[in-house]
Design a protein around this ligand. Structure first.
Ligand SMILES: *Cc1c(COP(=O)(O)O)cnc(C)c1O
Length: 403
């Protein structure tokens, strides 16, 4: 099981399916994103810009490369990186922008690509939540320079543990396999002059290849995946259609009329508007929905990363200063000054059931639970103890087994 023959078949089929020249299998998504950063030229002293509200593996690996993570806010309706805040965070040291299609919602790629072009920056798409999704008719993951993808069990495209890097750029592909795929890093595969002298051993001292059992699962998953996503979208869109116009409740979804979609609606959430429910806290709101029998309704999602110690004072490699700025002249406080909106995002989000099958009677029951709570919010105001000071976790929310 330790070769690459099955993995290479999976890579070829995945590349054809998503529409890119090169796909490279990894042992996990975290490694694929580290390789994407390296292949985009992220090095000591450089900066990458990443949304603060995401899973840590969208950005934390950049510190291994000696780079600095600069966080941007997310928009409160899409939960994706705010293009306006990207522009505000660019410095002469910026190398790449990580675009996370968060909870399957496509980032607004047109303005982001324009910014990247203007400032000569690389775009890394983190496709871990949105494999197969579309932005204005284009497959997510194929719009930027490169994409890193998780395929661990909780994700929409699940193979157990595994990851994939996709790109149309030969140089990015070669630098990605040079870092942690020694078995491919040989004279026959390499065209980049800077890589030629070092073939044979992995540049990063990493071993990143995919387990072939996962590759085999991936090949089967690929056959059914678009069909499965279409059924999930039918179910989730029906759920949100039923809740249309309910006070306090907004969907987190795209308008599909422009050719965008949310693939398999990974870990679906809703947007909460407390003002429409007399200021009822999202914590109390979720408690009441759960009491109606909806197990997945918990407040928040990923906590704002910049508030964690690892991005504040932690000195991981003994540089004598925080690792995040080990090779930077800047003060962390300067980077994090305007991230209030990211810190508050947990207060306006709640989980909803991940509906994998279109079963109208079940979906209606779930939607009715949300409607009942919204209609009776006044009765909940009395016992409302408010929200805790921080909502959201460092890892991830529970994935329901029920649906
Ligand atoms: C899961 C995830 C990753 C990391 O992938 P692993 O396969 O768990 O290493 C990276 N980015 C995001 C947004 C994720 O959700």
């Amino acid at each position: 099981m330790s070769g690459t023959d099955i993995t290479m078949k999976f890579e070829q089929e995945f590349a054809e399916w998503i529409g890119v020249k090169y796909a490279l299998g990894f042992n996990n998504g975290t490694a694929s994103l580290l390789a994407a950063m390296y292949a985009c030229g992220v090095r000591k002293g450089d900066e990458i810009i990443c949304p603060s509200v995401t899973y840590w593996a969208s950005c934390l690996q950049a510190m291994t490369l000696g780079a600095t993570v600069v966080f941007a806010n997310v928009k409160d309706d899409t939960l994706c990186i705010d293009p306006e805040d990207i522009e505000a965070k660019i410095t002469p040291r910026t190398k790449a922008i990580v675009c996370v299609h968060y909870l399957a919602h496509p980032c607004d790629m047109d303005p982001i690509m324009a910014i990247a072009k203007k400032h000569n920056l690389k775009i890394i798409e983190d496709l871990s939540h949105a494999q197969g999704g579309l932005y204005k008719g284009r497959r997510l993951g194929t719009i930027g320079d490169v994409a890193g993808i998780s395929m661990m069990s909780g994700k929409s495209f699940a193979v157990g543990e595994g990851g994939m890097l996709i790109t149309n750029d030969r140089s990015i592909y070669e630098h990605a396999f040079a870092l942690g795929h020694y078995e491919r890093f040989n004279d026959a595969n390499v065209t980049c002059e800077d890589l030629k002298p070092s073939t044979g051993l992995p540049l990063g001292g990493y071993k990143f290849r995919m387990h072939q059992m996962s590759s085999a699962v991936g090949r089967v998953q690929l056959k059914y995946y678009d069909e499965r996503c279409a059924e999930i979208r039918k179910a989730m869109n029906y759920f949100w259609d039923l809740l249309e116009g309910t006070p306090g409740i907004r969907p987190h979804r795209v308008d599909e009329s422009d050719g965008s979609n949310m693939a398999g609606f990974y870990s679906p959430h809703g947007i909460y508007v407390a003002e429409e429910l007399g200021g009822l806290s999202v914590t109390r709101f979720c408690e009441a929905v759960r009491a109606e029998g909806v197990p997945d309704c918990t407040p928040g999602c990923n906590a704002a990363l910049h508030t964690h110690n690892i991005f504040q004072t932690a000195d991981i490699y003994g540089a004598g200063k925080p690792t995040r700025i080990a090779n930077s002249p800047e003060d962390i406080r300067k980077f994090d000054a305007n991230l209030g909106p990211a810190e508050k995002s947990g207060f306006t989000i709640y989980g909803v059931p991940w509906l994998k099958k279109f079963i109208p009677s079940q979906i209606e029951e779930y939607a009715n639970a949300f409607k009942k709570v919204a209609a009776n919010y006044k009765e909940l105001l009395d016992g409302d103890k408010g929200n805790p000071s921080r909502i959201g976790g460092w890892h991830f929310f529970k994935h329901s087994q029920n649906n």
